[in-house]
Design a protein around this ligand. Structure first.
Ligand code: NAD
Length: 333
């Protein structure tokens, strides 16, 4: 069987997902939810979507009565994820939600609870969890090729343009670079080290307070400590281009990915040589794998469920907190 998906939010990433889904074997773009009638028209033509599967933000609760849609993929600005996931769950449909799943851990936990109550799955668009070179590096770590893991470095950033976009609006973005791109280093630290962090420290720097207003972080450095003794040193920024590098070192050797999280190809090497897995379109593989998770109860090597996202949100909450206090904070994930 095939997972029939409606996309909510027909913006730049929604379009990328829709295009990638055209090559899926197990997932199909079946519907849309949008506030812009002209976009709906264009998508209907481009992707052959019937009128009865088109909704707007006022009436999409009615998706409850549509037997031709199994799941909704929420691809709107961050602040809108929480309400959307609650409404989709109440309509009895599975939900896939973009990262960051919510603005904070409290919202995230409410989303997890709502989906549990409605007996629908909640998955988050962590596309790197299905990327072949990333998975190969994780396999090598699990085999002990790097020895005991001692260090991770996660560098995630790009130089953001238009100062008027929602990503620089605290109300819609929930923060700045950390919510948008730094989350890759947070999430990456967890799947690369293979443990959950137990403490965090962080420092914020801002060179342009006009562009990056109160509550919108430009650059944050943070450190995570892991139970096995490993430490992670990470940087999240909106003011450097092509910053996308993961580096893992253990007692016996290293593994690195650069670029580590871009749309691809992901490249990397270890002390044993280059990583050579073929490039795949991340969103195509992600949607096929998510269909397997939702329809067949398949398990991802690195989980992509709502609870996994809440862990990242707890770390984000703590990073913002310690940027203010300057203290070291314990984490309980
Ligand atoms: P975008 O601005 O290109 O698209 C957002 C869409 O939401 C637009 O079509 C806009 O019209 C719509 N929208 C609905 N209500 C809105 C409102 N009140 N204000 C503003 N826009 C509204 O943004 P995007 O780059 O597509 O990002 C959307 C989400 O996808 C974000 O949560 C982002 O973090 C995530 N994303 C994930 C990846 C990834 O690789 N996983 C990549 C890019 C974006």
């Amino acid at each position: 069987s095939v997972l029939r998906v409606a996309i909510m939010g027909l913006g730049s990433y929604g379009t990328r997902v829709a295009d990638a889904m055209q090559s899926c074997k197990r997932a199909k773009l079946a519907g849309v939810i949008s506030g812009t009638p002209s976009k709906i028209k264009n998508w209907q033509k481009k992707y052959n979507i019937p009128e009865k599967n088109c909704y707007n933000y006022e009436n999409y609760d009615r998706i409850k009565d549509n037997p031709d849609i199994d799941a909704v993929y929420v691809i709107t600005p961050n602040a809108l994820h929480h309400e959307a996931v609650l409404r989709v769950a109440a309509a009895g449909k599975h939900v896939i939600c973009e990262k960051p799943m919510a603005l904070n851990a409290k919202e995230g936990e409410e989303m997890v609870a709502a989906c549990k109550k409605a007996d629908v799955k909640l998955l988050v668009g962590y596309r790197m969890h299905f990327e072949p070179n990333t998975l190969e590096l994780i396999r090598m770590r699990n085999e002990g090729d790097f020895g005991k893991i001692m260090f991770f470095q996660g560098l995630s950033g790009f130089r953001i343009g238009d100062p008027n976009q929602w990503r620089l609006d605290k109300a819609l973005a929930g923060g700045g670079s950390l919510m948008d791109i730094g989350i890759y280093a947070i999430n990456g630290a967890r799947y690369m080290v293979g443990e959950e962090p137990v403490w965090v420290t962080a420092q914020e720097t801002k060179t342009n307070p006009v562009k990056f207003k109160e509550g919108v972080d430009e650059t944050i450095q943070f450190q995570l400590g892991f139970p096995g003794g490993a430490v992670a040193s990470c940087l999240s920024t909106y003011n450097m281009n092509y910053l996308d590098r993961f580096f893992l070192n253990g007692e016996k050797g290293f593994g690195e990915l650069q670029p580590a999280t871009g749309y691809g190809p992901i490249k990397g090497r270890t002390h044993q040589g280059p990583l050579t897995e073929p490039h795949v379109v991340h969103q195509t593989v992600q949607m096929d794998e998510m269909a397997g998770i939702i329809l067949d109860g398949k398990k991802a090597v690195v989980p992509v469920d709502g609870q996994e996202a809440v862990k990242d949100l707890k770390i984000i909450d703590a990073i913002y907190n310690v940027c203010r206090t300057g203290e070291k904070q314990k984490l309980e994930l």
